[in-house]
Design a protein. Structure first.
Length: 254
């Protein structure tokens, strides 16, 4: 029976892949990337907005290398960056970085801000769909239904940064992304705690702590069944509201 493993993190990026094409899943964001061990039909992963080259390259390559072994067709992802609310100025830079990374690893990339591309026939062309800094209500009910079927059929999903600030009225998506954005303080340095050193997304991180400068999200409607990879130490910065177990990156079945 098929199941989904998902990972969520602040400033997220998530990927979900077809089980028959890829045995693993990863998620990355404008500043962080992660790779998830994926052996089922659907997977989701969430990550913060850390340095994209630092955490993204190896997991992304590993994910689609597995896909290419199972299928001669080059892997392809769709980057979706439509915004119906706040628009992050980093979207062009993040898109270019993802394009470069995918080009270097033999992954084809299409980009769109048109919700009309979310049809069942079009989505099946992609190993994964990346929500890159999306905000607000970006899909119609019909498009939502087609995207749900894509994920249920084993399609991949990646959510980056404000993907958690998207589709608050679509409960299914809230489950897919793993949490919704609540607020954030001013950008500042903070200390992340590595909760899992064995996971492909975090095993390259040395030591138990990782200090980063970023825009640290507070979350609401957090799925309690997630497997947390990174937490943030709220004593190391000002403005955190999720307490001692403030998740910043995670994965889980969905």
């Amino acid at each position: 029976m098929a199941y989904i493993r998902r990972c969520v993190c602040k400033n997220l990026l998530q990927i979900k892949t077809r089980a028959d094409q890829v045995p693993g899943l990863f998620y990355f964001s404008p500043t962080i990337l992660k790779c998830i061990d994926m052996r089922t039909s659907r997977n989701t992963f969430f990550v913060p907005k850390f340095n994209i080259r630092l955490l993204l390259c190896l997991p992304l390559f590993a994910l689609f290398l597995l896909s290419s072994c199972a299928d001669k067709t080059p892997p392809r992802i769709l980057i979706f960056s439509k915004t119906a609310g706040y628009r992050h100025a980093c979207i062009p830079t993040a898109t270019a970085a993802l394009r470069q990374m995918c080009y270097q690893n033999g992954i084809a990339v299409d980009t769109t801000e048109e919700a009309e591309d979310f049809t069942e026939n079009n989505l099946k062309r992609y190993n994964a769909v990346v929500f890159l800094c999306t905000t607000g209500d970006v899909l119609s009910p019909t498009q939502e239904a087609d995207f749900e079927r894509y994920i249920q059929a084993g399609g991949g999903f990646v959510g980056i940064h404000s993907a958690t600030d998207t589709e608050y009225g679509w409960g299914w998506f809230g489950g897919l992304v793993g949490a919704y954005f609540s607020s954030h303080p001013e950008q500042q340095n903070a200390t992340l705690h590595v909760e899992n050193h064995e996971h492909p997304a975090t095993k390259h991180l040395k030591g138990n702590d990782w200090v980063r400068f970023d825009e640290w999200y507070n979350f609401k409607n957090i799925n309690p069944n997630t497997n947390v990879l990174l937490t943030i130490d709220e004593k190391s910065y000002k403005g955190g509201t999720n307490g001692d177990t403030h998740p910043m990156s995670w994965y889980h079945e969905y």
